[in-house]
Design a binder for this molecule. Structure first.
Ligand code: CO
Length: 275
């Protein structure tokens, strides 16, 4: 079985988004504009309310999916269709923005730690204008696989040891795992050989095919059937894999389409209240 190796390791960059939320960005930054089919990866994580309290007031999305995975803290979500939900620690929201949604994502706490990830996942050209759709997944509906060596795997999407994650019907056929490795632990996982895959480490240090990857770093993986991650001192990371589309990308802020004309249309539709 072919092993995936590390083709590149990038340190995420501190930046600010929304109304002033401090976060670490890796995909979707100047150093890595996209990693087909992934368009953006933000890791927010702070105990300082000043870094998150302003939240993400009303803003639009068109042409892709936003995936929020809360690790600590509470985030209230509201949109222009009247949908509303509360993201809890360990919960996931997989939102397919499709032809357009205007929403806010605001902290429902004024103190304490807030941490998690927001990932943007592209849609194929044929689905960019689909009806918006949500998968709001409570923490207890994300299964945890516990292995003998102490490794714990939360399965958001994909299958581990026969345990299937709750996310369904997504075009990239995603794998999304949150893996906690104890010191001396090893985790191996098979994915389709040509799917794009990366890990993002947010605690400790892990080793991918002989390459050390530290906290706050993104490791892009080569093609191959098997991913093997170990750690001598312990570490925690998310592992993503998905089918790339190989389609042209035209991008302007919260709109990700295939052509500049479609971007102009998105701006016009948004400004004229057609979302
Ligand atoms: Co948003």
């Amino acid at each position: 079985m072919s092993q995936r190796t590390v083709t590149n390791v990038l340190k995420s960059q501190l930046t600010s988004d929304g109304a002033g939320v401090t976060l670490r960005r890796s995909i979707g930054s100047q150093m890595l504009e996209e990693l087909d089919p992934f368009l953006l990866l933000d890791n927010f994580g702070t105990e300082n309310p000043d870094d998150y309290i302003a939240g993400f007031p009303d803003h639009p999305h068109r042409g892709f999916e936003t995936v929020t995975y809360m690790i600590k803290g509470l985030m209230r979500h509201r949109d222009n269709t009247g949908a509303e939900g509360l993201l809890k620690p360990g919960g996931v929201q997989w939102m397919t923005a499709g032809r357009g949604i205007i929403h806010s994502e605001m902290p429902e706490q004024s103190e304490g730690e807030m941490s998690g990830f927001q990932l943007w996942v592209n849609l194929p050209a044929s689905k960019k204008m689909c009806e918006p759709r949500y998968q709001d997944i409570d923490p207890e509906d994300v299964p945890t696989v516990s292995r003998e060596d102490g490794t714990e795997i939360r399965v958001i999407a994909g299958i581990v040891d026969g345990v299937e994650g709750p996310v369904n019907g997504i075009d990239i056929e995603p794998v999304y795992l949150d893996v906690s490795l104890p010191g001396g632990g090893t985790f191996q996982h098979e994915v389709p050989a040509v799917h794009t895959s990366f890990i993002y480490v947010f605690e400790g240090i892990v080793d991918v095919a002989g390459e050390p990857v530290g906290s706050d770093h993104l490791a892009i993986l080569s093609e191959g059937e098997q991913i093997s991650v170990s750690s001598s001192m312990g570490g925690r990371f998310i592992l993503l894999a998905g089918r790339p589309f190989g389609e042209p990308i035209a991008r302007y802020g919260p709109f990700v389409m295939n052509t500049k004309d479609e971007i102009r249309q998105a701006i016009d539709d948004f400004q004229n209240g057609r979302f």
